[in-house]
Design a protein around this ligand. Structure first.
Ligand SMILES: Nc1ncnc2c1ncn2[C@@H]1O[C@H](COP(=O)(O)OP(=O)(O)OP(=O)(O)O)[C@@H](O)[C@H]1O
Length: 751
């Protein structure tokens, strides 16, 4: 390897995500192009680079960086460039020049050892002086850590993340157990940690490796919706991944169960393994549901029949027998479920229940799993609905350094009734948080459509509760007159029953545009979004109100490609629009984007009423207002008024949202939905998914594809089985209670 000392003179390309850089490097004698991994590089920084010259077929000779070390500059010019390079946040060109003018070549020493001397220069006060000094120390510390991490193939992007979590202890943390990165660093999975461990010389059958592998398999399957895995399957999958015999995995499962890291039990005649949080959550959900269900309730003010009649007279909507039944049972029972498809009257029933509760002086809360669902319920019911997280006062606990619910068993919610809508999206851990915070004596009314796709998170809460038959459930099947006029509603029910939708009825709202080749489908979707639909529905906003949904992420009709193609036509490159490329995505001012993970600490500012708060959630859709390359920031506006600023490092939390997967669209509704109907993997091309996609559209649904494939989706009634223990546990309580047992038997139940 050759070694060169010099300065970065120009950056030709830099990928923030993986640190890949193409730059012009100037040594004392020459200048040449360097290519390779350089973290947070900027013009003016000094490096010692090791590597070799290679010949690129197009770009000619260039230096491939294998190792690098950042050097501190020693000349005045160098120090000035370094300070102004962006390495020290808050120090611009002018301040850098003023500092160097005062301290010359001793500048860095002053900054590090006696920052007080900076006070008075170019408006620097004691606070700023301390900040500059701290930033410099961190810069040095980070440079050392990055250097060390290079040995283990950890690039600058991850080096930065590790440093954010472990700070000065980064090296120690990795040396102790590289597998802990899987738990601590978003984006580092078992495989990456395993590679690092291999480079560190950790043995193939090290306990840390096997146990981390077991947790990884369980976590991976939890990500697919399962709260447990049968032990045999767990051993097989982990054994294959680690290339170790199943017996060794089984021994480690036993050890982990013994130390309480995982839970092993016999469920439905097989040995199954849980990650602790899911086991505890299932147990607790059962216990709480049983207590809430059995408690006495504050009565409503009068006979329920007459109260319903009073509401009917005021609204002019007369409930069907089944709907009345739903209202009555939810007022009488501790816990009840109301389930039904679109247009069956769920909102009408919720409104009736709220009217009766309010007229009876009973305090009621309404909540939904996502912000957009909550907003929609507020609009359709006229009653304020919050997210479940907000109801539970989710917050960041500084002392524990993690998110927590403010409302708990010890500090329960003070309501006589809590209505949760869109319950199909509630996963096990959220349900656990919710029921833990409900005191017995409160009515819990669970409303949802159990035929929608299940929650993204693990568990099968709504279906399990219904299937267990432990909780009283009203199933609504009748579609009401007004809803019958909508072919979207009618077709959704047809699809759900396994009948083919009636497309292209005149003057209606549900279409199938026949295309057989994927290329043509793509072209049609682009035309629909760009001109055909906006030209016809002139009252709608072309980008905000039209949503393309797709079953898949990959492929010509997957969300990734659709986004690229739609961005190209709906918001093409334009000199006036600043953009930022992050990995394989380009974010441009004006783009429609979606937040893809819950970030409860992300700050937002409402520029309409000047309120401020924290929290941007998985599925939130907004528009890029500004890309600021000077500050490495990008601002997104959500709901037209909430401004959120992302550092370029955080861009992995964003995706373009011209097209989103049906899974990501759950709980949201859009005026117009467009969906390609092509060949998709059978696990995805299901009736359930088609039904969920179609029910997202409120005014118009346009399917683009082939009748054949559409019928294939309707026929494919494969509901992906999820491993979930809740249904068995609820059935067990049910049989215990009917056999005269007591809810207190719970604690013994699973021993
Ligand atoms: N008993 C009834 N008599 C007459 N109309 C009714 C009755 N129940 C509901 N409707 C009407 O049917 C339509 C659908 O009802 P609602 O919005 O309550 O259903 P939903 O299940 O909430 O539907 P979605 O899930 O699509 O929002 C509404 O226009 C409502 O006024």
């Amino acid at each position: 390897m050759e070694e060169y000392k010099g300065t970065i003179a120009e950056i030709i390309f830099h990928n923030n995500e993986n640190g890949y850089t193409v730059a012009v490097f100037e040594t004392e004698l020459e200048a040449f192009t360097v290519v390779g991994n350089l973290p947070a590089v900027s013009v003016g920084r000094h490096y010692r680079l090791r590597g070799e010259f290679t010949m690129h077929p197009t770009y000619g000779e260039q230096f491939a960086i294998r190792e690098f070390e950042e050097e501190l500059p020693s000349t005045e010019d160098g120090i000035r460039d370094f300070l102004a390079s962006g390495a020290m946040k808050g120090v611009g060109r002018k301040t850098a020049a003023a500092i160097v003018e005062r301290f010359g070549e001793n500048t860095l020493q002053v900054i590090e050892e006696d920052p007080g001397q900076l006070c008075g220069i170019s408006g620097i006060g004691p606070k700023t002086a301390a900040k500059i000094s701290e930033a410099f120390k961190q810069h040095r510390e980070f440079a050392n850590i990055t250097l060390y991490l290079q040995n283990y193939g950890i690039n600058s992007h991850y080096a930065m993340k590790l440093y954010e979590v472990y700070g000065a202890d980064t090296i120690q943390a990795i040396e102790e157990n590289p597998y802990q990165l899987v738990d601590d660093i978003f984006g580092i999975g078992f495989k990456k940690a395993d590679k690092i461990a291999e480079k560190m010389g950790i043995a193939h059958d090290d306990r840390f490796r096997i146990q981390s592998g077991i947790k990884f398999t369980l976590t991976y399957f939890a990500g697919e919706g399962n709260t447990f895995l049968p032990q045999e399957e767990l051993c097989e999958k982990t054994g294959q991944m680690l290339d170790l015999p199943m017996q060794q995995i089984e021994d480690n499962i036993a050890e982990m169960a013994f130390t309480g890291e995982i839970h092993v039990e016999n469920l439905d005649n097989r040995t199954v393994v849980f990650l602790m949080p899911y086991y505890l959550a299932e147990q607790n959900v059962c216990k709480c549901l049983s207590m809430i269900n059995d408690a006495g309730l504050k009565p409503v003010a009068g006979k329920i029949d007459s109260l319903i009649q009073r509401t009917e007279r005021s609204t002019g909507i007369f409930l069907s027998e089944n709907q009345k039944h739903a209202v009555t049972s939810s007022l009488k029972m501790g816990v009840s479920v109301i389930t039904g498809g679109p247009g069956t009257g769920k909102t009408t029933i919720i409104n009736t229940i709220i009217n009766i509760l309010e007229d009876s002086g009973l305090k009621t809360a309404i909540a939904a799993p996502t912000g957009r669902a909550a907003k929609r319920i507020t609009e359709t019911s006229g009653h304020y609905a919050s997210t479940i997280h907000r109801l539970l006062e989710y917050y960041f606990s500084e002392s524990e350094n993690r998110m927590r619910f403010g409302r708990t068993k010890e500090n329960p919610l003070e309501y006589d009734a809590i209505i949760v809508d869109e319950a199909s999206m509630i996963d096990l851990l959220l349900m656990n948080g919710l029921v833990s915070a409900i005191r017995p004596g409160t009515r819990l009314i669970i409303v949802g459509d159990s035929d929608q796709l299940p929650s993204v998170g693990a568990g099968n809460v709504l279906r399990d509760i219904i299937d267990s038959e432990y909780i009283y459930c009203t199933k609504l099947t009748e579609i009401f007159r007004q809803a019958k006029e909508s072919m979207i509603v009618v077709n959704a029910h047809r699809i759900n029953k396994g009948e083919y939708p009636d497309c292209n009825a005149r003057d209606k709202d549900f279409f199938l545009l026949h295309r057989s080749r994927e290329k043509d489908m793509l072209q049609t979707i682009k035309e629909l979004c760009l001109t055909r639909l906006p030209d016809y529905y002139t009252d709608l906003s072309p980008v905000a109100d039209i949503q393309v949904l797709t079953p898949v992420r990959k492929g010509l009709l997957g969300s990734i490609n659709l986004n690229k193609e739609l961005q190209e036509v709906l918001n093409p490159p334009n000199e006036a629009l600043e953009e930022k490329t992050f990995g394989d995505r380009t974010f441009r001012e004006g783009d429609k984007v979606m937040q893809i993970k819950n970030n409860y600490q992300m700050a937002w500012k409402n520029l309409e009423d000047f309120t401020e708060g924290e929290g941007v959630f998985n599925g939130d859709v907004g528009f890029i207002r500004k890309v600021d390359r000077e500050f490495n920031e990008l601002t997104v506006v959500y709901d037209e008024v909430r401004y959120v600023t992302y550092h370029f490092n955080q861009l992995e939390e964003l995706e373009l949202a011209y097209a989103v997967t049906v899974h990501k669209s759950q709980g949201s509704e859009f005026p117009i939905v467009i969906m390609p109907i092509s060949w998709f993997p059978p696990m995805l091309a299901t009736r359930n998914l088609l039904y969920t996609g179609v029910t997202r559209g409120k005014r118009v649904v346009v399917l683009v594809g082939s009748q054949n494939k559409l019928e294939g989706m309707v026929d494919n009634n494969r509901i992906k089985e999820r491993y979930s223990g809740l249904v068995y546990r609820l059935r067990r309580i049910f049989s215990m209670e009917t056999a005269g047992g007591d809810a207190d038997d719970f604690d013994q139940m699973d021993q």
